[in-house]
Design a protein around this ligand. Structure first.
Ligand code: RAM
Length: 363
């Protein structure tokens, strides 16, 4: 694959970063051309200083690597990313594995994108640690790395674009469940992959929330893993009910899990009796809310999350941000965002869906 001109400029910028002071001096004497400005932006990004007024680069290649392709949630998220990348005048591509637990597959994709000299990668990590070496190598080669939806470790990417506060998401799912079961009884969690950074973070907050005295009559009996595979999640739900006949509720913080659990419950004697909440898309869950299987669940807008990941990747490549706390950037129609602690940008508050509002949402 041939080296794109932007990639060339960027790598040149990286190489020049070591001689920053010399080049800076020369530019100051000779006046500033557009080319100088571009080099400045590249240098700032490489050297760790953001220039919020740097021009937005065009002609970049921004690759999305979701946890799992063919997962409707990621189809919506990545299409949001695609639209934003194209509006910004760059090229979008998507690569990824069809299983949500193929960590070595994800690593290979990162390595290939680095070799192909992609300008930026937006990745939802299946595992927090597995991608680190590959992502560090990508960043060393001048690729801007954004995680979205599911993070890696903070030093293995430039910015994490988070769907909402992880703490809010964990605690509110327990609050929802407690309300639905009247504050009493056995509950279980049906998660995605055992290694998933996002689900594991939310589950930690769920457990912490459950320690509060108001939940003393609620017992979390187990956490099952459906691997974001519809059939496995369905079977795990069935298994949970067989093993725990007194189960009052299931929290499933995954769109694949909650849909499969709703499907199982809705065709069983537990429909409406065993409560189900968690994170789902309105399109997946509409029928189950209408037929009384599910009262309420929550989610953010995946398309907006994808779009924010795209804007963040392009802002990094343009030198408008470097990933440090306190830096601010504009994300088109989405408005301005400020990078928080550990390089995290947060989309905002999630929405709770129930039978009153679900028809207002079409994703
Ligand atoms: C699944 C994936 C994704 C998660 C959503 C809620 O689609 O596990 O990572 O954010 O559910």
């Amino acid at each position: 694959m041939s080296l794109s001109s932007t990639a060339r400029t960027r790598r040149l910028g990286m190489a020049l970063a070591v001689t920053t002071t010399l080049v800076l001096g020369a530019t100051a004497c000779g006046g500033t051309t557009k080319d100088d400005a571009n080099k400045e932006a590249a240098k700032s990004a490489a050297g760790g200083k953001a220039d919020p007024n740097a021009a937005t680069k065009k002609g970049l290649t921004v690759a999305f690597l979701p946890k799992q392709v063919n997962n409707p949630y990621f189809t919506v998220a990545d299409n949001g990313g695609k639209k934003a990348v194209q509006q910004l005048g760059s090229t979008y591509k998507e690569v990824g594995t069809s299983s949500g637990t193929d960590t070595s597959g994800q690593v290979s994709y990162v390595n290939t994108l680095t070799q192909q000299q992609s300008d930026a990668i937006a990745v939802s990590a299946q595992d927090p640690g597995a991608l680190c070496t590959a992502l560090k190598q990508a960043m060393k080669n001048g690729v801007s790395v954004v995680t979205y939806d599911s993070d890696t470790k903070a030093d293995c990417r430039n910015v994490f674009v988070s769907q909402a506060s992880a703490e809010d998401l964990g605690r509110t799912q327990v609050q929802q469940m407690a309300k639905q079961i009247g504050g009493k009884g056995e509950i279980a969690i049906l998660s995605a992959a055992q290694t998933a950074t996002n689900q594991n973070t939310w589950i930690d907050y769920m457990k912490d929330e459950l320690k509060k005295p108001e939940y003393k009559d609620i017992k979390l009996v187990t956490t099952a893993y459906g691997d974001d595979d519809a059939q496995k999640s369905f079977q795990q739900t069935q298994g949970l009910l067989q093993e725990h006949p007194k189960l009052k509720g299931i929290i499933s913080p995954t769109t694949v899990g909650i849909k499969a659990a709703a499907q199982y419950l809705s065709g069983s004697k537990y429909k409406g009796k065993v409560k189900l909440t968690g994170l789902g898309t309105p399109n997946d869950m509409r029928a189950y809310v209408k037929n009384g299987t599910v009262e309420a669940f929550e989610l953010w807008d995946p398309a907006t999350l994808g779009a924010l990941a795209a804007h963040t990747a392009v802002a990094l490549e343009s030198g408008q941000i470097t990933g440090k706390e306190g830096e601010t950037f504009k994300a088109g129609d989405l408005g301005s965002f400020t990078i928080g602690k550990d390089g995290v940008v947060s989309l905002g508050k999630p929405t709770v869906f129930d039978k009153k509002n679900i028809d207002n949402f079409k994703f």
